[in-house]
Write a protein that binds this ligand. Structure first.
Ligand code: ADP
Ligand code: MG
Length: 153
């Protein structure tokens, strides 16, 4: 079977929020999304949209001093940012979040390559210009191939 990879172009912050909203509305318990892309690419912005799709009302922002922020919605969201992991030490237990029944969204996931689940949706965000971003949805595992198929429809 051909693996579906989707590419989106957004022309504004709001369009990225709306793409996140759509993705968020398709998520199920224990789903995992890994966000890659440079600083300022739009990972946290997309997470805000995903939160909207999960029915979370609280404003989602960068977890600056903590690695994880937890939000309650139709499904819970564990928003994890591993950018500063090294300066915080290695005693952080990430694995426990993947099976709590919520949705895990991880920024800078490959700082902890060894303990990531083997099935996840990777979203690679690329800066094009001040207001434009490219978002590639790359499913890893059958669950996420199906999900990406639903977004395509
Ligand atoms: P990251 O978490 O990847 O470091 P943020 O989401 O915190 O990035 O920041 C993205 C910045 O880019 C925000 O200031 C946002 O307003 C701006 N921006 C401009 N255009 C877009 C777009 N199309 N999609 C997402 N963010 C955008
Ligand atoms: Mg961020």
């Amino acid at each position: 079977m051909e693996v579906i990879r989707l590419e989106f172009l957004t022309n504004s912050y709001e369009e990225t929020i709306e793409l996140g909203n759509k993705i968020g509305s398709l998520l199920s318990p224990n789903d995992c999304i890994l966000l890659t892309g440079d600083l300022g690419a739009g990972k946290t912005t997309l997470t805000k949209g995903i939160g909207k799709g999960l029915g979370i009302e609280k404003n989602i922002n960068s977890p600056t001093f903590t690695i994880v922020k937890e939000y309650h919605g139709n499904l819970d969201l564990y928003h994890i940012d591993l950018y500063r992991l090294e300066s915080l030490g290695q005693d952080f237990d990430l694995e426990e979040y993947f099976n709590l029944g919520g949705v895990t969204v991880v920024e800078w996931p490959f700082n902890v390559k060894d303990i990531l689940p083997n099935s996840y949706l990777e979203i690679k965000i690329t800066y094009i210009d001040d207001n434009k971003r490219k978002l590639n949805l790359i499913p890893h595992g059958k669950r996420y191939e199906e999900m990406v198929g639903e977004i395509k429809c």
